[in-house]
Every structure is written in structure tokens, then in C-alpha cells.
Design a protein around this ligand. Sequence first.
Ligand SMILES: NC(=O)c1ccc[n+]([C@@H]2O[C@H](COP(=O)([O-])OP(=O)(O)OC[C@H]3O[C@@H](n4cnc5c(N)ncnc54)[C@H](OP(=O)(O)O)[C@@H]3O)[C@@H](O)[C@H]2O)c1
Length: 261
Amino acid sequence: MSLELFQLTNKVAIVTGAGKGIGSAIALGFAEAGADVVVAARTQADIDLVASQVRARGRKSLAVATDVRDKAAVDNLVSKTLQEFGRIDILINNAGTYIYQPVVQMSTEEWDSMFDANMRSVFFCCQAAARVMIGQKSGVMVNVSSMAGVVPDPGRSAYSASKAAVNNFTRNLSLELAPYNIRVNAIAPGLFITPGIAREVKQTRQRVPNFRTSVVDRVPLKRVGKPQELVGAAIFLASDASSYITGITLEVCGGLLALMD
Ligand SMILES: NC(=O)c1ccc[n+]([C@@H]2O[C@H](COP(=O)([O-])OP(=O)(O)OC[C@H]3O[C@@H](n4cnc5c(N)ncnc54)[C@H](OP(=O)(O)O)[C@@H]3O)[C@@H](O)[C@H]2O)c1
């Protein structure tokens, strides 16, 4: 009985940024927990591959090429999901991107690019899904923010501010949607090895030579995370196991939070 709470059997989930990294791990984990998964990102070949891996796990899948910065593309994602499955039970807002750029050198375009990719996109997706979920009188949203939105991260002010905005937006939206039986939570990952973070670390290393000491050694568990280690948190927040939880940010960070006051 208690393990059934974690099942996502026959739920319909949209996962953005599901072509690789954390998003693909969540999409495949959800399929294993019983969900049908709509896989969204910009690169068609990536989402086709993940969709085929979902199907190989015995669930239905749809790959919808989507740039989440584009409201029309997000509306298309939602309408394709409804055409295929007729409902949206779970929305995982995972798509996002990084930048290392100290404030003094940052261009306005770089600043805006962080908020477009990491925050405005979440607004578009939550708004479009909420309009469907309100009609259903049920639904769950999980926004993937970052520990950088909780703990200061010098050199990544724009990224950190965009993710802090996601955490704050999550709390506000949870209050707006609670009357409709819709839960909204966030997951704040620490450092996880993904294609995106590998690229970011490579670029940052040129400017932060002591990367290992300044980042990895700060983690109490003394290692980075694997994307699969976020799947349990995502299933928990998306399933009935967390039916009385809304408006929180769940930090999955190898203990970084314990260092804070
Ligand atoms: N890895 C970490 O250590 C870490 C830590 C904290 C927070 N996070 C957050 O976790 C999320 C996933 O990170 P990751 O490391 O797995 O990234 P990743 O390896 O770069 O993968 C990102 C995925 O998102 C997609 N994506 C990027 N921009 C998009 C857009 N505008 N529209 C639609 N899809 C888009 C990418 O595909 P396309 O390029 O094909 O669109 C890709 O499938 C991000 O929000 C990130 O900020 C990650």
C-alpha cells in the first residue's frame, strides 16, 4: 500500500528539457513509475531517442520539439499533449541553461537570456498547464530551480537570480492554484554531472582554476550528484506520496544546505 503512493500509473506527464541530462533521467524514471511522458526540448533527435526509451519501458510517449522561451511553442506543446492524451497530470519544468559571467562584465543580452530561458519559460509553461489543470481540478507542477537560487554563487548572479525567482514564483503560484487542487513545488539541485554542466565547468575552469576546491569540496558528501539521484525527489513531488505538500523547494544537494545558517 505505502509504495503505491509513489506510483505514477497512467498519469500524463510533460517533461521539458528532457532531451538529455536531468530531464531525460526524470522522463525515464517517470516511465518506470508508470507514467506516459511527453518529451520536450529543441533538438528533435534527442527527444525522439528519449521518447523511444520511454516506449521501451512500456509507456506511451510523444516527442514535441519546443523552445520553452517561445509562448506559441509552449501553447503548441500543451495542445499536442491534449490531442494525444486528453489531460495533463504532471508538468516538470526542467529546461534551463547556465552562464558564468561576473556582473561587471555582463551584457544586457546575457542577463536577459538567463531570465528568458530559466524564468519566463517557467511562467509560460505553468500558465498554459494551469489553464488545463484548473479545468481538471487536479494537477502537479515541479519546477527545477537550483541551489544557486538558495546559496549565493559569485560569477553566476544572473543564473542565481533567475533560479531564486523560480523558487519565489513556485511559492506564489502554489497559493494561487491550491484552491483548484493543484500542487506546485520546486527541486533545487546542487551539482549534477550532465552534458550542460560539463560544458559549463569546462568554460568556467578557464576563469576559476581552483574549481574543484571552490565547488566540489564545499559539498558535505564530497562528490557531485548523478541525474538518477534526482529522480526519487521528482517522483515523490509528482506522486500522491507528497499529496499534502505544496509551495516548497526541495534541496537535493549533497548536504550544502546544512552549511547555511
Ligand atoms: N546539472 C546541474 O548541476 C544542475 C544544478 C542545478 C540546477 N540545474 C537545473 O536543472 C535543469 C537541467 O539541467 P541539466 O544540467 O540537465 O542541463 P543540460 O544537460 O544542458 O540539458 C538541458 C536540456 O534542456 C533543453 N533545453 C535547454 N534550453 C531549452 C529551451 N529554451 N527550450 C527547450 N528545451 C531547452 C536541452 O535541449 P535543447 O538544447 O535541445 O533544447 C536539454 O535537453 C536546468 O534547469 C538547470 O538549471 C542543473
